[in-house]
Design a protein around this ligand. Structure first.
Ligand code: NAP
Length: 311
């Protein structure tokens, strides 16, 4: 393999809530970016910003030094990499595939093996920091795979995030992300219960947040999601159905290790109630609605006044 020049040409697959901001940050940093998205209309803002468009994942991979995927779940990543017109058909030996979706660690390891047989390196590099982190280029990125491959690709990841940690071999990035999702889920419940208690007790929610956020009860959820709740904004930064996917992955893995995760199971069950009321595509802050129903308490503004001015 030719010695490692710094990767410059990026194929980028998946322009959802996360991917579109991450791809935009790569364009802004001067990378030569070719994008593909299943729903092609979503490519337009990236084309307007200077990216090229591809007709398939295979096309996006053809000229690329690095191919990034950030789609929904394990079968979706398998589809865009191994499926018809997939990345594997376009990538050359020496190309690096970086999957930044949150998927099964076992599927990740299998993908890495299949790609390695064609001389293609893979990194699992799931992210945390939410839609805000994706927009601001401040994601935390946990990387599994070979350390030297990460070092070669670090400038690419630095365009999207600022806390980039090599956590081990293939699949370890995904396992680390599941640790994150366990903690995120429980912080979400902590935020929701704190808000429910405050609302029921007649505490001023804005003032409570202003003081608690800065202390030992502070969290990303309190900083980023609680203000959305107070505005009645339940649009997704991170959809309930995606958090449920991640908790399912975490609970499956824990089950195989005979590790009880009672808090995580509870969050998973409570979010099922959000789904039962039609909120699967809402942001995870919609968990407060379950607490509202359970406790007969209003936390956010009444539904008919909520978020109509949020654009
Ligand atoms: P999203 O807005 O629903 O976007 C999903 C993207 O995947 C869309 O571009 C979608 O294409 C594409 N896709 C899904 N299935 C596909 C398939 N079979 N073939 C081709 N494309 C497919 O989700 P997101 O919030 O950006 O999340 C993406 C990934 O990042 C997920 O694994 C999620 O768990 C993870 N993540 C999200 C956050 C967050 O805060 N949002 C944070 C960290 C990690 P279409 O446009 O055609 O639907």
């Amino acid at each position: 393999m030719a010695p490692a020049a710094q990767p410059d040409r990026i194929g980028f697959i998946g322009l959802g809530i996360m991917g579109r901001s991450m791809a935009l940050n790569l364009v802004r940093r001067g990378f030569d970016v070719t994008v593909w998205n299943r729903t092609s209309s979503r490519m337009q803002p990236l084309l307007d910003a200077g990216a090229r468009g591809a007709g398939s994942p295979k096309d996006a991979a053809k000229e690329a030094d690095v191919v990034i995927t950030i789609v929904t779940d394990s079968p979706d990543v398998e589809q865009v990499i191994l499926g018809p017109d997939g990345v594997i058909e376009g990538a050359r030996p020496g190309t690096v595939v970086i999957d930044m979706s949150t998927i099964s660690p076992a599927v990740t390891r299998r993908l890495a093996e299949t790609l390695a047989a064609r001389g293609i390196d893979m990194l699992d590099a799931p992210v945390t920091g939410g839609d805000v982190g994706a927009r601001e280029g401040t994601l935390s990125i946990m990387v599994g795979g070979k350390a030297e491959v990460l070092e070669r690709c670090r400038p690419v990841l630095e365009a999207m995030g600022r806390n980039i940690v090599h956590v081990g071999d293939h699949g370890m990035g995904q396992l680390c992300k599941l640790c994150n999702q366990i903690i995120v889920g429980l912080n979400l419940l902590a935020m929701s219960e704190g808000l429910a208690f405050a609302a029921k007790a007649g505490v001023d929610l804005e003032k409570m947040l202003a003081v608690v956020r800065a202390g030992a009860g502070g969290s990303w959820a309190l900083d980023n999601l609680a203000p959305r709740v107070l505005r009645g904004d339940y649009r997704p930064g991170f959809m309930v159905r995606l958090q449920q996917k991640d908790l399912r992955l975490a609970l499956d893995a824990a089950g195989r290790m005979h590790l009880p995760l009672p808090g995580t199971s509870l969050v998973h069950q409570l979010l099922a109630s959000v789904e039962a009321y039609g909120g699967a595509d809402d942001g995870t802050q919609a968990l407060v609605r379950v607490l509202e129903r359970l406790g007969n308490v209003r936390i956010g503004p009444a539904a008919d006044t909520a978020a109509s001015d949020q654009g």
